[in-house]
Design a protein around this ligand. Structure first.
Ligand SMILES: [Zn+2]
Ligand SMILES: [Zn+2]
Length: 323
């Protein structure tokens, strides 16, 4: 980290906080600041020169235009303690309470399909937990599933029928049985594989929305922040445009959602901005999902404000589960 970055990283969060205290009562503004300063999930070393400057750029735009984006009023991708990978204290009740306090109006509880081992019993218990929380907001009951390869998904038709909607992940490479790119170090190979899995998710009749497409998980790729940013850009350049547009037209025709998640900021994946521009050009609806695995990550939704602003997203561009 050079000297300018060091000074920026020390001074800017305090500057934001001061501005916030003077001008706003908005929780989300504060969250942007607090995240920079104290989120233990985000060690500073993951934000190298590029990441930090980009992050600050988005934080600044977010500060300017946040009011307009109080429209971030839904979050359709949230895990509970039922997902083994989530905080084991993260109950449905806590999530609902937390989201109500943040001013979110509609949410979706979406644990992994493999969490429902003794299926009907676990499903009934989860539905009961939502009922008992007595939500003042709309709470949908969804599930996150994944493509293993073309025409093979991890969820059965029977299991899917219990849920309001199915989120389909095309790139859960950390799980066993998922088709992998030939190389995780060659952006051209990763691009070929990502588009193949994206096509597979869209072709699957059980899919209601595709989550985190073209988002590279740092856990899988093991790159530094700068490397993953550059790799993401290079991968996106290698996605065949015609092939992608054809798929986006299918998504639009079928009324599927494509997730936009604050993970793209957390993971330094700003190559996705170009992807979402294409989605909007082709009338694809965007699903807002935090993919939160703990309470802190629920707050990170505010990081999307500047991205949505840049993209010009309005309510009419958003995907919601069917009633
Ligand atoms: Zn996922
Ligand atoms: Zn998830």
């Amino acid at each position: 980290m050079n000297l300018v970055n060091l000074v920026l990283s020390l001074l800017l969060p305090q500057f934001f906080l001061a501005i916030h205290q003077i001008f706003c009562n908005n929780t989300t503004t504060y969250l942007i600041n607090r995240r920079r300063v104290s989120n233990p999930d985000l060690p500073d070393k993951r934000f190298g020169e590029f990441g930090q400057i980009e992050f600050m750029r988005y934080a600044l735009i977010g500060l300017k235009r946040l009011k307009e984006y109080e429209m971030i009023s839904c979050d359709y991708h949230i895990h509970t303690q039922l997902s083994g990978c989530a905080d084991n204290e993260l109950s449905v009740k806590k999530i609902i309470q937390f989201q109500q306090d943040l001013g979110i109006e509609a949410i979706g509880i979406t644990d992994h399909d493999y969490s429902y081992k003794s299926k009907v019993k676990t499903i009934q218990a989860a539905q009961q937990a939502i009922k008992e929380a007595d939500p003042a907001i709309k709470v949908h009951f969804g599930v996150e599933s994944q493509m293993l390869e073309y025409q093979v998904t991890s969820i059965t038709i029977r299991l899917a029928s219990y849920f309001d909607y199915v989120l389909m992940a095309p790139n859960h490479y950390h799980l066993r049985g998922i088709a992998q790119p030939r190389s995780f170090r060659d952006p051209r190979r990763v691009a070929l594989h990502e588009i193949y899995m994206f096509e597979a998710a869209i072709a699957c009749p059980l899919t209601d929305a595709v989550v985190h497409p073209f988002l590279l998980s740092p856990r899988v790729f093991q790159f530094s922040a700068e490397e993953i940013a550059a790799f993401g850009q290079e991968m996106m350049r290698n996605i065949e445009q015609k092939r992608l547009l054809y798929q986006l037209d299918l998504v639009s025709q079928r009324g599927l959602g494509i997730e936009i998640s604050p993970k793209m900021v957390r993971y330094n994946q700003l190559h996705l901005v170009e992807f979402y521009k294409l989605c909007l050009e082709r009338d694809v609806k965007l699903l807002i999902g935090s993919d939160a695995h703990n309470l802190k990550q629920l707050e990170e939704l505010s990081l999307l404000a500047p991205i949505l602003e840049e993209l010009g997203v309005t309510e009419e561009h958003l995907w919601h589960p069917k009633e």
